[in-house]
Design a protein around this ligand. Structure first.
Ligand code: UD1
Ligand code: CA
Length: 457
């Protein structure tokens, strides 16, 4: 643990350029909020303290920080957003007495890998270090002004820059590792005499130089440090994050991805070796796919667990568990609380919800199984419906091991079909069927010989 270093993360801004009712840092890219990405980059540094400056929609941002659960994370409120320097001024009093170095990060840079922060912390200069990058299109960023000898002199914001300064391709990433004492001294001298009338944090670079503690520049990959200021940049960042995660899955884990450009996998999704992701697959946060499973084409899984060797074709599933070697789809909807055992089959136009389906059981087509416990080796034939809702309460259906529920059976819950029992096709079952019995609940057929002939005549 690094007890001498703390992080300050700036997350109070509204993000005007997002044109949103939701605070910018809460917008999500590849399954995680922008702030979440930054805090996850900080996590492996094992800092004793991370102070997040909140302001705009502070309560929602605080809830997100609690959800992320970074050890040592606290918040300070910047009630009025008067600029990045002002934000840091609010945070510094919250730093513990042992902190001698401060890592300052914006809350809107989701592509930042922890290794870049390690590089920044490793840089050695009296005042500290800042990350810079050379950009093809530096528009919008602060530019790094260097002396003839090449030393960093100051940062000038895009809106305050002269035409010559606008031509500078080296930009300020807005990430710094600064000596605490120098930072505190410089913060006291910040003004707001600039195009936006804000207290710019960037002015500390020049102030620290004047204090005899120059700031060194650490050159970084321009993509890694990119900030997200509008929704077009959000989409670009999400694509970069997904692509990096798919690359990791393909090269380091051994997952086949037929077409990465048509495969959407959130950054925390785990996929095991020899799994195959076919085009149109969307795997959202919290999903885990076991070895050798085949997902897609066109499957959308949200917070699901898929067992070894299962196949999940053209399926939508949310908070469902799919057992090893199960076959799901095509056109299957697995809703919250579905647990499919090993070697199960759920096929076309079947919907399940809050249902435990035992090993080897089958729901091959056209069925609704909700609020149900299905044993092992059960056959739920075509057209079966668990009638679980009477308009006010939900009731449970139990089908015990080895039972055979015939086509078009209505199981009016609460009801139990006993072990090895059968229901006749077309039955509306309202009473329990004991083990080994046949439940039949339909009117007998009457056949009128010659009826058609008489009618026509
Ligand atoms: C900032 C830098 C710029 C740099 C760029 C890198 C300044 C003045 N400019 O510009 O040099 O190139 O980042 O991405 O620092 N925030 C607060 N309180 C405030 C204002 C902002 O917490 O009062 C937070 C925002 O929520 C955001 C971060 O600080 O997470 C950066 O603010 P933003 O407005 O995006 O700064 P940029 O214009 O991108
Ligand atoms: Ca920004």
């Amino acid at each position: 643990m690094r007890s001498d270093t703390a992080a300050i993360v700036l997350a109070a801004g509204k993000g005007t350029r997002f044109r949103s009712e939701v605070a910018k840092v809460l917008h999500r890219a590849a399954g995680r909020s922008l702030l979440g990405h930054v805090l996850e980059a900080v996590r492996p540094l094992e800092l004793a303290q991370t102070v997040v400056v909140v302001g705009h929609q502070a309560e929602d941002v605080e809830a997100e920080i609690a959800r992320i659960g970074l050890p040592g994370a606290t918040t300070v409120l910047q009630a009025e957003q008067r600029g990045t320097g002002h934000a840091v001024q609010q945070a510094v009093p919250a730093l513990g007495p042992d902190v001698r170095r401060v890592l300052i990060l914006p809350g809107d840079t989701p592509m930042l890998p922890p290794a870049v922060l390690e590089q920044l912390l490793a840089a050695d200069s009296a005042g500290g270090a800042m990350l810079t990058a050379v950009m093809d299109d530096p528009a919008g960023y602060g530019r790094v002004v260097r002396s003839a000898a090449g030393a960093v002199q100051r940062v000038v914001e895009h809106r305050d820059a002269s035409p010559e300064e606008l031509a500078i391709a080296e930009i300020n990433a807005g990430m710094y590792a600064l000596d605490r004492a120098g930072l505190e001294a410089a913060l006291g001298r910040l003004g707001d005499d600039n195009a936006q009338g804000e207290i710019y944090l960037t002015d500390i670079v020049e102030l620290l130089g004047a204090q005899g503690a120059p700031v060194a520049a650490v050159d970084a990959d321009p993509v890694a440090i990119g900030g997200v200021n509008d929704r077009a940049q959000l989409a670009e960042a999400a694509a970069v994050l997904r692509s990096a995660h798919l690359d990791h899955l393909m090269r380091e884990v051994g997952v086949s991805v037929t077409d990465p450009a048509a495969t959407y996998v959130d950054v925390d999704v785990e996929v095991a070796r020899d799994a195959v992701l076919l085009p149109g697959t969307i795997l959202e946060t919290g999903t885990r796919v076991g070895p050798g499973a085949v997902i897609g084409p066109h499957s959308h899984l949200i917070a699901c667990t898929v067992g070894q060797g299962a196949t999940v074709h053209s399926t939508r599933a949310i908070e469902a568990t799919i057992g090893a070697h199960a076959t799901v789809g095509p056109y299957t909807h697995l809703r919250v609380g579905t647990h499919l055992g090993a070697d199960t089959k759920v096929g076309a136009f079947a919907e399940t919800k809050n249902a435990h389906v035992g090993d080897g059981s089958k729901i091959p087509h056209l069925a609704y199984v909700g609020d149900a416990t299905i044993g092992t080796g059960v056959n739920i034939a075509c057209g079966v419906i668990t009638v679980n809702y009477d308009g006010s309460t939900k009731s449970h259906t139990t089908v015990e091991d080895g039972a055979f529920v015939g086509c078009d059976t209505m199981l009016v819950a609460p009801v139990t079909i006993g072990e090895g029992a059968y229901t006749a096709a077309g039955s509306t079952i309202t009473d329990d069927v004991p083990a080994g019995a046949l439940g039949i609940a339909r009117s007998r057929q009457t056949t009128k010989e010659g009826w058609a002939e008489r009618r026509r005549g």
